[in-house]
Design a binder for this molecule. Structure first.
Ligand code: 6PG
Length: 243
């Protein structure tokens, strides 16, 4: 199934989504000779994928020490806080792989404010990318993972928030989250998220059925504004699709 360049793949369940996503991640990382960057996502949907990638079957297939790990959005809490998105990725995957510290790029939530953390993270992204401006022909990421919130948000781009419209800044602070957990956030904006060979949405569970139907019918939501300069793939399960 495909709409506006978006490929929609309906799979049996969350487990199958995790397996398919793992294969796609490994393929994309393998296509980038040196220093592939992966932009992870938070929330509960990717946990299964992260745990799967940490299993022997996947661990042994990739030169993980060459992969750089970023996060599309972060809750403004300490890295050790159970709410931390990067913290979850560390516990489920990165610490298990023994990932070298130089390849880990968490949002610096020890900064004084979300805006300050956003500025620091933007500088880190620019340093990694090696330029101040994004070039369409030279994507920053091999893969960007995304989730779909029940209000249509993705990353921490909530409906009707200025962050959705931002075109200059790569990263912004978000004082008020539109959904729980109600802690300030730091989020990449749409242009750097689009700078990828592939953007991969993971959407599972019956509770996503209503918002997924809206997204697939083309409603104007942050998640449907999210686009990719490479491929755009939505992996959805039957419970979410209602199929
Ligand atoms: C966050 C996320 C957020 C998430 C969606 C889906 O920090 O909350 O990055 O954008 O991807 O809310 O979350 P679930 O996977 O928990 O449904």
């Amino acid at each position: 199934m495909s709409a506006e360049g978006r490929q929609i793949v309906v799979l049996a369940d969350a487990e199958e989504i995790a397996h398919r996503a793992a294969e796609r991640l490994i393929t994309r990382v393998g296509q980038t000779a040196n220093g592939a960057a992966v932009c992870l996502t938070g929330g509960s949907s990717p946990e299964r994928l992260y745990r799967l990638l940490a299993t022997e079957h996947y661990r042994s297939r990739v030169p993980w020490e060459r992969v750089h790990w970023f996060i599309g959005d972060e809750r403004f809490v300490a890295g050790s806080d159970p709410l931390s998105n990067f913290g979850m990725a560390r516990r489920c995957l990165l610490d298990v792989l023994g990932t070298p510290a130089r390849t880990l790029h968490p949002v610096p939530t020890s900064a004084a404010t979300p805006d300050e953390a956003a500025l620091l993270y933007e500088a880190e992204l620019k340093q990694f990318y090696g330029a101040e401006r994004l070039e369409r022909a030279r994507p920053m990421f091999a893969l960007v993972l995304m989730g779909l919130g029940s209000d249509g948000h993705t990353a921490s781009l909530f409906p009707n928030s200025p962050a959705v419209e931002e075109r200059q800044r790569w990263v912004v602070g978000v004082e008020h989250a539109g959904l729980a957990p109600f802690v300030p956030r730091v989020t990449l904006t749409l242009p750097p998220l689009a700078s990828t060979r592939e953007m991969l949405f993971l959407v599972s569970g019956e509770q996503k059925r209503g918002i997924l139907a809206r997204a697939l019918s083309g409603d104007d939501l942050p998640a449907t504004r999210a686009h990719s300069n490479g491929d755009l793939v939505w992996l959805v399960d039957r419970a979410a699709r209602g199929a």
